[in-house]
Design a protein around this ligand. Structure first.
Ligand SMILES: Nc1ncnc2c1ncn2[C@@H]1O[C@H](COP(=O)(O)OP(=O)(O)OP(=O)(O)O)[C@@H](O)[C@H]1O
Ligand SMILES: [Mg+2]
Length: 250
């Protein structure tokens, strides 16, 4: 069954976006929509510009030219923390947890930042932390410091923080890299669950198994250019894209 993305409201609209670092064009004339309720996967070889695209959306980098609109509003010149408050949350490739804080404290900091959304106050925030800990299976690690967690647990904590944010759009930068197969299944289930509850997800992922299991739509970037977008089957079976992805450009 093909997916008609035109039926979905466009949350994020990217038009002719460019980003140069000196002589390097890291993002080149990218035009892309992120429709509500759709899981979009960004794939492409190392250095394709995937993280740069996230940084341009979230205000961590300023575009050389082009536009990004969120719910019809231009994000030009808006600081990252304000963009986060507008409903766009992200994870980082290097996780950026508060390593000396406990699991619970790492989650609570997100809630304090978006305290205006937690009208029920601290009691309801704590109840929500409990739910998130259960969903990410971190309940028995609640009082451990982030630095003492296993790798997969740190990945889930990064996800737990985004779950606490109440954002509408999640931008996830390689959230599943290095997960063992069991954690990986749990991770896919968790994201599917949140997507079914109305969260829109854009995920950067190298693991093609996850790309196939998770994506409603795949966008393929190479050398800053959006080469193709479509269903995971269409994109992954394209021999030209496969050659680029697996490093054979001949
Ligand atoms: N702040 C920066 N200053 C200069 N060059 C940068 C900067 N950020 C990224 N680049 C360069 O831009 C290009 C795209 O980098 P980016 O990190 O977006 O790639 P990526 O697709 O996320 O790769 P990976 O899969 O390895 O994470 C690379 O050549 C990178 O070296
Ligand atoms: Mg990257």
């Amino acid at each position: 069954m093909s997916l008609d993305i035109n039926q979905h409201e466009i949350l994020l609209q990217i038009r002719h976006l460019n980003k140069n670092f000196g002589g390097l064009q890291a993002i080149s004339d990218v035009t892309l929509d992120l429709p509500a309720g759709i899981i979009t996967t960004l794939v492409g070889p190392n250095g394709a510009g995937k993280t740069t695209l996230f940084n341009l959306i979230t205000g961590h980098l300023i575009p050389s030219s082009g536009t990004v609109h969120w719910l019809g509003q231009s994000l030009k010149g808006i600081e990252p923390w304000k963009i986060a408050r507008m409903g766009i949350a992200r994870t980082f490739q290097d996780l950026r947890l508060f390593s000396q804080m406990t699991v619970e404290e790492n989650i609570m900091t997100v809630m304090e930042r978006s305290a205006w959304l937690w009208q029920g106050g601290r009691a309801s925030a704590l109840q929500r932390v409990g739910e998130i800990l259960a969903e990410t299976q971190l309940a028995d690690k609640r009082h451990e410091r982030a630095v003492d967690l296993a790798y997969a647990e740190r990945k889930f904590l990064s996800l737990a923080r985004i779950m606490a944010s109440k954002a509408k759009l999640w931008l996830l930068d390689e959230p599943a890299s290095g997960l063992d197969p069991r954690s990986f299944e749990r991770f896919v289930g968790l994201l599917r669950n949140y997507a079914a509850r109305g969260i829109t997800i854009c995920i950067i992922e190298h693991n093609l198994d996850i790309v196939i299991k998770l994506s409603d739509r795949v966008a393929f970037l190479d050398q800053g250019k959006l080469l193709a977008q479509g269903s995971s089957q269409d994109i992954l079976k394209d021999p030209h894209l496969a050659a680029i992805y697996f490093g054979d450009r001949s």
